[in-house]
Design a protein around this ligand. Structure first.
Ligand code: NDP
Length: 284
């Protein structure tokens, strides 16, 4: 595995452009705009999260921005990601719209949400958004290796991040390796398998052995390798639980056992069933 560079406190990953991506963030997909998002983000910020992952398609950027403002935290202390919805045409214009909704003058990371209608057409617009200072870092999401290479081949500003579905059950080992070789940080979405595998018996045994919860074990497995995670929860006690992952270490044997839960065959693919090919307007 290629080098993973963390900040001195070990809690953030250094990106190729020098920016720092906190290893833990709160994801807000499927969190209702208004009270639900504002409360979840407020709790997360109170509990020490300094990274929020939203998207134009989630419909809750305004609520994320309100919670951030209400927190009183200095803007520089919180890392905000949003994503360009590729059903729209112009990433630069859409970034401005996002900033208006968020009430910010820049985001920290702006991602192409998925490679709809090809991987490269949106990149010049992403670069313009970066040049105009709307986003400190730019990157992609749900991109396979070939799609990433197509962007890298034409890019002036290279993508810093590829956000993909990643967990022990979706251990896309070849994609992780390919991203590392290209100095693109793989960021894990659905790190708790959207809840689907949290009841797995093998996972439960590892959790019990470590006196931790299954969710903490899944998140620790990733951050122990320097992979950023963005678990979603709307419950305060779970938001707190999911942040308690920097005070224990999984043994090599446990890491290997978790690796063994992979259902993808160590694939280089970003996703098995690209939803954007079937449902153009689907949002994730
Ligand atoms: P996660 O893998 O984070 O799992 C969330 C589910 O697990 C929810 O049902 C939540 O329920 C439950 N949960 C959370 N914490 C715990 C816990 N400690 N114990 C038990 N259950 C728990 O799901 P997501 O698929 O939402 O992924 C996380 C984030 O990744 C998204 O919110 C989004 O920001 C990003 N994402 C990006 C995509 C992309 O295309 N770029 C696609 C999908 C996700 P509850 O809320 O009730 O606690």
């Amino acid at each position: 595995m290629a080098d993973v560079t963390l900040t001195a406190d070990g809690h953030a990953r250094l990106l190729r452009d020098g920016n720092e991506l906190p290893l833990l963030g709160l994801g807000v997909w499927q969190v209702h705009p208004g009270q639900e998002t504002e409360t979840a983000v407020r709790w997360a910020l109170e509990l020490g999260y300094r990274h929020i992952d939203t998207a134009q398609g989630y419909g809750n950027e305004e609520s994320v921005g309100k919670a951030l403002l209400d927190s009183g935290l200095p803007r520089d202390e919180v890392f905000i990601t949003t994503k360009f919805h590729p059903g729209s045409k112009d990433p630069e214009a859409e970034a401005e719209h996002s900033l208006r909704r968020l009430g910010l003058d820049r985001v920290d990371l702006y991602l192409v949400h998925w490679p709809q209608d090809g991987p490269t057409w949106m990149w010049p617009g992403m670069e313009r958004a970066h040049e105009r200072g709307f986003a400190r870092s730019i990157g992609v999401s749900n991109f396979d290796v070939a799609e990433l290479d197509a962007v890298l081949a034409q890019a002036g500003v290279q993508p810093a991040v590829n956000q993909v579905q990643f967990s022990p059950f979706k251990h896309r080992r070849a994609l992780l390796e390919a991203c590392a070789q290209r100095q693109v940080v793989l960021e894990a979405y659905s790190p708790l398998t959207t809840g689907g595998n949290l009841g797995d018996e093998r996972l439960a045994q590892i959790a019990e052995r470590n006196e931790r919860t299954p969710a903490q074990v899944l998140l620790r497995w990733a951050v122990q390798r320097g992979i950023p995670v963005i678990p979603k929860s709307t419950r305060r006690e779970r938001i707190e639980e999911n942040a308690q992952i920097f005070d224990f270490t999984l043994s090599d044997a446990d890491m290997e056992a978790l690796d063994g839960l992979d259902e993808t065959g160590g694939t280089a693919h970003a996703i098995e069933r690209p939803w954007w090919r079937r449902w153009i307007r689907a949002v994730r």
